[in-house]
Design a protein around this ligand. Structure first.
Ligand SMILES: *[C@@H]1O[C@H](CO)[C@@H](O)[C@H](O)[C@H]1NC(C)=O
Ligand SMILES: *[C@@H]1O[C@H](CO)[C@@H](O)[C@H](O)[C@H]1NC(C)=O
Ligand SMILES: *[C@@H]1O[C@H](CO)[C@@H](O)[C@H](O)[C@H]1NC(C)=O
Ligand SMILES: *[C@@H]1O[C@H](CO)[C@@H](O)[C@H](O)[C@H]1NC(C)=O
Length: 961
């Protein structure tokens, strides 16, 4: 009986309604004056199924989502669309129900989607009664969109959010899902005086999009304007391409906008759709015909506001095909292509010419002729890293002694002889950077003594010079002269003999390769941490979804030891030594002065150069795929953005120099992988170390000195300052350089072995404390430890403030400190550990660690992201995907190290050296322009009237001088 009445009512309604096909002259919007030619109108309470001639339910599965925070991928299936009676306010009768399934283990959320069959919709007014997803079941999005592609999109999104109080509707263009709340309206504001929406926002709400033309887009809640976008002042042109109309219910777990997904599924409702629009498929002739028909002899025009309109305009088949932009006309580009090719050719020729002129390989051979023939180097990397990057890291930057030698032509060329040195290391490839690193370390270590040349051929040549340069006060002058002369006068070949002459003095000295090895290993581990954070978040961040069970195990077992940020500790503790060693030994303030001058440019110039390079890469689209990555990796950690204006870039770089740790410089949030926060820590604590060493050296009584150390370390620790690490580094260097504790320890095995055991426990035990935190849910040592420190704003213990919790990544922790101390000492004192850290691979890597540190993020986030997203789209298993991404990324990173390091070193080190040389040494007296020819050579032969006069003049000048 009910059904009969329903159909009767339906019949009556249909009789009472007007079919849109009768409106042959389009639809007039009396509010805006616009006339739209076509319409698509359907009411869910008057039909039993979707009007198949104009709308279809979609089936699809997105392989990835474009969203920085989407951890799930949306999909749709037509069976999730149903028609059912609605009891919600704002709508009577049946409505379409768009269901969403619970998320799968693979992070897929299947929802429902309706789209118009025609895809030629270009401007119009679009209205729909949308019933938000249910409150409190988990966030999802009911969206009404006009889209062509990602950027050519106009959409509004009704979002219930996880907590009903956060529910809101956003109004977006460019397919912008995220965005601030300023681009939307919270449900709680629907009723306020601006929108005066009478019903419940949880019931059906009539939303409207007015896409008037290429310069106006307005969004409405009911009849109230909610957001208005104008092309004037917009950063990008507004969407203009022919679009498809779509209503979709989806969820991808964006924790900042929609939240979700609903763990048990959810549903949303659609009551009616009323769309009036123009079509892009009308040709100019059609337009003329329409104008003629409707303007000259007015035919019946319908009104947009007429609610009795039903049905859909007819359309031709081409209207259902997506619009295609016209192919690019290459003819216009030929001049540009021509210019680019010519420029590229000229550049190539110039570069080739320079390379041939400099002939680096020739030098090698010439040097090699003095030597038992050395095997050809397999790769070029050896040379570059050797000659130009003798000094490696950002940390051990301005080691003094090598400053000069590194620039000597011929010095340090692989394969040079140092007769009389002890056992050559057969395993060392010629041209490996090993020697330089070693020497550098050695020289900074003992500037007054002659470095050890043991085992490395080049070493001797290089080693002599630093030793001579610094010299002793009796011989100093003469020696310095020698050194100064070298760059100008002594040709490369002679260096060998110079070296030979000096070599007998060179006595074997201790090497500190192992510290270089430790730092190299630490930097590789830091890149691994970033790899894990980007691609395998579950191995680094507790309570995130894992692709495999093994990731959880890795988190609980491997991460606390290998993938922990405690690994940055050794960078800090070991860097002090190279700042203060020369002053500690000699008491000569010159060493301090040099470091004070050189430290900042040495650190900042490479950072600024790489940051500029990265921003360039970002701007040309290298990291486009990064935004798709979270939906595949489920990690929302990677995020980066270009700087806003060039002024911001400059400001970011200045911040690196002047910001006080533990504040985080802004560049950290823009740069690919926020490693740069450690630069201010390094920089500021360099001043601390340089000042500290001056004080320390004046305290002569050992117990007072140790007391001062203890006091400073405790204070820094309590104040949560990274200074602790540097004080500890200073202490360790002092114990070694001043008190020679190694000799003391080595000669007393009863002290040595227990002490070794203790520091081994310290090194292994500290991460174990973190390990316990991983297993015990509500206990974390770092949080507890954070609690006892003072809170800066209030002065209370952090424990008693609202900031109490897990400490931020840029705050020092006790476990990191003890770990660093333990590891540093272990490496200093245990010969077995030293052997491991002196291995060839780490020695090769050491000169490159600054480059590695600065560029690994860019590679992960550009190449790595692109490979990962594409493989995932082809359903490659995730473990295989990760394997391929890791191999490709690391190959590229290690491959470009030898190319980039020389540039960075050139920028950082050479400039720094120049600055210091200019500042500290008297410029050599100017040479006559005729040098090396004597003036007499010319004067004698000149037949010239004025010659005699000039002779007299020059004579006078000479006498004056
Ligand atoms: C369907 O709903 C619309 C809007 O509420 C209403 O105007 C129309 O009369 C309804 N149709 C029927 C057959 O009840
Ligand atoms: C639904 O029906 C009720 C009762 O007949 C009526 O008061 C209300 O206005 C209707 N709502 C809509 C949106 O048509
Ligand atoms: C979307 O289409 C417009 C117009 O053809 C085009 O300019 C733009 O590059 C496209 N965007 C994407 C992401 O494909
Ligand atoms: C209504 O809420 C919006 C925020 O969504 C706010 O901008 C507006 O000022 C509010 N209007 C009134 C009259 O409070």
């Amino acid at each position: 009986m009910d059904a009969i009445i329903f159909f009767l009512a339906l019949l009556l309604q249909i009789v009472a309604s007007t079919d849109v096909s009768s409106c042959s002259c389009g639809f007039l919007d009396s509010k805006t004056g616009a006339v739209w030619t076509d319409a698509l109108i359907t009411y869910a309470n008057e039909t039993e199924e979707l009007p198949g001639e104009s709308l279809i339910a979609e089936d699809f599965q997105n392989p990835y989502e474009k969203n920085w925070n989407a951890r799930y991928r949306a999909g749709a299936k037509s069976s999730n669309l149903a028609l059912s009676e609605s009891t919600r306010s704002g709508w009577n009768g049946t409505a379409w129900t768009l269901k969403i399934d619970p998320p799968t283990k693979d992070h897929i959320v299947i929802g429902a989607s309706i789209r118009s069959i025609r895809r030629d919709i270009q401007y119009g007014t679009f209205e729909a009664a949308l019933g938000a997803p249910k409150p409190g079941v988990g966030g999802s999005i009911l969206s009404m969109r006009l889209d062509y592609n990602e950027t050519q999109t106009v959409n509004l999104n009704v979002m219930n959010a996880d907590a009903p109080k956060d529910a809101w509707t956003s109004f977006m263009i460019y397919g912008d899902w995220r965005g601030t709340r300023s681009k939307g309206v919270n449900f709680s504001d629907f009723g306020n005086n601006t929108y005066s929406f009478q019903g419940s926002p949880w019931g059906f709400v009539p939303y409207r999009i007015n896409w008037d033309n290429a310069s106006n887009i307005d969004f409405f809640i009911g009849d109230a304007l909610a957001r208005s976008v104008r092309s004037k002042g917009a950063a990008k042109p507004l969407p203009v391409t022919p679009a498809t109309f779509r209503i979709q219910h989806s969820s991808f777990g964006d924790m900042y906008t929609s939240e979700g997904p609903p763990p048990n599924g959810s549903d949303a409702r659609v009551g009616m759709i009323r769309a009036f629009f123009n079509t892009s498929s009308m040709s100019p002739e059609d337009h003329a015909a329409f104008d003629k028909r409707c303007h000259l002899a007015p035919a019946p025009t319908c009104l947009v506001s007429d609610t009795s309109l039903r049905g859909a305009s007819n359309f031709s088949l081409p209207a259902s095909r997506p619009w295609k932009p016209k192919a690019v006309d290459y003819k216009k580009r030929w001049p540009a292509i021509f210019v680019v090719s010519v420029s590229a050719a000229i550049s190539t020729i110039l570069l080739a010419h320079a390379t041939f002129k400099r002939a680096p390989w020739k030098q090698k051979q010439a040097a090699g002729s003095l030597d038992p023939p050395s095997a050809p180097t397999a790769n070029n990397s050896g040379r570059t890293s050797k000659d130009l990057s003798t000094t490696p890291s950002f940390i051990y930057s301005e080691h003094d002694a090598l400053a000069l030698t590194a620039q000597l032509p011929g010095v340090g060329t692989p394969g040079q002889v140092t007769p009389g040195t002890s056992t050559p290391r057969a395993s060392l490839p010629p041209g490996s950077s090993h020697g330089s690193a070693q020497i550098f370390w050695a020289s900074s270590r003992d500037s007054l003594e002659i470095c050890k040349v043991n085992g490395n051929k080049q070493a001797g040549v290089q080693a002599v010079v630093p030793s001579t340069r610094i010299g002793k006060y009796d011989e100093k002058k003469q020696v310095e002269v020698t050194v100064k002369e070298i760059p100008n006068t002594v040709p490369a070949a002679n260096n060998a003999s110079l070296a030979d002459a000096k070599l007998p003095i060179a006595a074997p000295k201790q090497r500190v390769d192992y510290l270089a090895g430790l730092v190299a290993l630490a930097s590789v581990l830091v890149t691994l941490i970033h790899f894990a954070l980007t691609f395998l978040p579950a191995t680094e961040i507790p309570y995130t979804h894992a692709h495999y069970e093994s990731e959880i195990w890795a988190l609980k077992i491997v991460t606390p030891y290998l993938l922990t940020f405690s690994w940055i500790g050794p960078f800090f503790t070991s860097s002090t030594r190279f700042l203060i060693a020369s002053y500690l030994k000699s008491g000569n303030l010159k060493g301090v002065a040099e470091k004070t001058v050189g430290r900042t440019p040495r650190l900042i110039i490479p950072c600024a150069a790489v940051a500029a390079l990265e921003y360039f890469c970002m701007q040309v689209g290298a990291i486009n795929w990064l935004e798709y990555l979270p939906s595949v990796t489920w990690s929302t950690w990677p995020y980066t953005a270009g700087y806003v204006t060039f002024g911001h870039f400059i400001s970011e770089i200045l911040e690196l120099m002047y910001i006080i740790p533990n504040a985080v410089p802004q560049i950290t949030f823009n740069y690919c992988i926020g490693v740069l926060w450690t630069i201010p820590v390094q920089l500021q604590n360099s001043w601390l170390s340089l000042l500290a060493v001056i004080v320390i050296r004046e305290i002569k009584t050992p117990w007072k000195r140790m007391g001062y150390y203890a006091f400073c370390i405790l204070m820094h620790y309590y104040a949560m300052s990274w200074g602790t690490f540097f004080w500890v580094g200073l202490l360790i260097a002092d114990l070694d350089l001043t008190y020679k504790w190694k000799d003391w320890l080595y000669s007393r095995p009863f002290v040595y072995y227990p002490f070794l055991t203790f520091i081994a426990l310290l090194a292994v035990g500290s991460p174990s404390i973190d390990l316990v935190g991983m297993w015990k849910a509500n206990w974390n040592f770092n949080t507890l430890e954070f609690g006892i420190h003072p809170h800066q704003r209030t002065g209370h213990a952090v424990r008693d403030t609202s900031d109490y919790g897990y400490p931020a990544y840029y705050l020092p922790r006790l476990t990191a400190l003890t770990f660093s101390i333990g590891f540093h000492l272990l490496v200093e004192l245990s010969t077995v550990v030293q052997k491991f850290f002196s291995n060839r691979l780490l020695m090769w890597l050491f000169p490159h660690i600054l480059t590695l540190y600065l560029i690994h993020g860019l590679v992960f986030w550009s190449l790595g992201a692109a490979i990962c997203v594409h493989l995932a789209a082809h359903n490659v298993p995730y473990w295989a995907n990760m394997l391929i991404v890791a191999i490709c990324s690391y190959t590229v990173i290690f491959g470009c190290l030898p190319l980039l390091t020389p540039i960075l070193e050139g920028l950082g080190k050479s400039i720094t050296q120049k600055i210091w040389q200019d500042a500290s040494s008297k410029p050599p007296s100017r040479r006559k322009t005729l040098y090396p020819f004597s003036p007499e050579m010319f004067e004698g032969n000149e037949v010239d009237d004025g010659a005699k006069d000039r002779d007299v003049e020059s004579q006078a000048v000479k006498e004056k001088m």
